[in-house]
Design a protein around this ligand. Sequence first.
Ligand code: CA
Length: 234
Amino acid sequence: MELKYTVLVVEDEKNIASFIKTVFEANNFNVLVAHTGNEAELMINSHCPDVIILDLGLPDMDGMTIIKQVRQWSATPIVVVSARTDENDKISALDSGADDYVTKPFGTGELLARVRTALRHARNADVGIIANEGKFVSGNLTVDYDKRRVYISGNDIHLTQNEYKIVSLLARYAGKVLTYDNIMKQIWGPNFQSDNQILRVNMANIRRKMEENPAEPKYIYTELGVGYRMLESE
Ligand code: CA
């Protein structure tokens, strides 16, 4: 199974939205489309897209509001697409947490490049990953952020989308304890159920695929009652 990036396109002009959708689907992305700010907020919270392409001029709200709301709980890259050419708009969008800004009209090649760069920057938040050419390596474990695959001793362990998201999140913060709530929020969105049963089920599956002895994990440790911690990269 191929794991694709999911991009949410927030754009009220339907022809532009469907044009962007076509281009990104042709380039191997899953594409979600929202035509209003409210729709966008619902989709961001329920689908947790990997990247957001955001038009600032929406019928029901200013796109800036969305940037600020998302940044309260998530580092998901946001690429603003707007007809506004004013430098101040650009600066305030970036200051509010947007990753990049493309002015309409734009070429599709340019938009694709900007989105890929934003995804790469988000991935490279950890310096160890930059040093390792897009990979996190610890012992026999390799997380390949480009291919979105996880290998043990060179063998693909075939994680599901959510399992991959959990492992890559822990790898990005390797050595640090991530709380159950923090992980739940990053994977299932801010409206997650406070019961972390779903996370424990996913972790049990991850360990079955990843660990020689799932009862004595070597890569992802449980901090009892707190969360999980990934073994640091050497
Ligand atoms: Ca618009």
